[in-house]
Design a protein around this ligand. Structure first.
Ligand code: GLU
Length: 258
């Protein structure tokens, strides 16, 4: 393990958090929290960027009469976000840890007072050993104020708090030279931020089911974050011990470096 790792941003996508029936998977959340607790014991603070609000809302509210897609998403997220936090709150509590919710819209990252407030909030939480759990404020964030996806939000947070690593957890093991199920395709272990690997995306990337981001956007975000000197990983969120193994420098996922 690198002794200088103190802050890690972990982004977990809807595809990791849900099963095929679009239900939130409790054991996956528990496993994430367990790994965050392992790092906490080593004095490494994680900011968890968790999707899932919209699915968690749909799970309880079911079908709505609202026809406007955007308002439907707002309503589902408004219901689902506190459900997600209730899960996380109780899981962290089991480890004797505290967590907090920090929601943001894209505007909050523009230079100015909002951005300053957000930095103060993250710094305050981290200095007190409280795990920040971030998500887009989907209840009010519509069109113009929306992030491309939570990968973008995670990258902005990583830069905002000067993180030592960004880990993007998805349902794929990383970037492959072809489709991951294809025998001839191999996983690319390391990519530099200026390396031309876009040609692999089409073959390798599956568009995520319920989440917004796909592999093309992950690649763009990972390269952009690595360019700012934050080593970034794309890895499989359902792989056992994935976060801890990455921090322990094991060969997991695809690593993007400067
Ligand atoms: N913020 C959305 C949610 O929590 C997910 C956005 C994304 O898929 O990246 O449901």
């Amino acid at each position: 393990m690198d002794d200088d790792i103190k802050r890690v941003v972990v982004k977990v996508g809807t595809n990791v958090l849900t099963n095929k029936d679009n239900r939130i998977l409790g054991p996956v959340l528990r496993e994430l929290v367990r790994q965050i607790a392992v790092l906490y014991e080593r004095d490494i603070m994680v900011v968890l960027v968790s999707s899932g609000s919209s699915i968690a809302g749909k799970e309880v509210v079911g079908k709505l009469n609202i026809t406007d897609k955007s308002i439907r998403r707002q309503v589902y997220s408004a219901v689902g976000q506190p459900r997600m936090m209730r899960h996380y709150y109780s899981l962290f509590h089991d480890y004797g840890m505290r967590c907090a919710q920090v929601l943001a819209t894209k505007r909050d990252f523009d230079p100015g007072k909002h951005r300053e407030n957000m930095i103060n909030c993250y710094e305050g939480l981290l200095s007190e050993g409280i795990i920040p759990i971030a998500n887009e404020d989907d209840a009010v964030s519509v069109t113009m104020s929306m992030f491309t996806d939570n990968d973008e939000l995670a990258s902005l947070i990583a830069k905002l708090i000067d993180a030592d690593r960004l880990i993007i957890l998805s349902d794929t093991d990383g970037l492959y030279t072809g489709h991951p199920d294809d025998e001839d395709s191999v996983k690319i272990k390391e990519v530099t931020y200026d390396q031309d690997v876009e040609q692999y995306v089409k073959a390798s990337g599956k568009k995520e089911g319920e989440g917004r981001g796909g592999m093309a956007s992950k690649l763009r975000i990972a390269k952009g974050t690595a360019k700012k000197n934050i080593p970034t990983y794309i890895a499989n969120g359902k792989r056992e011990n994935v976060i801890v193994d990455i921090i322990d420098n094991k060969e997991v996922g695809t690593k993007f470096i400067h």
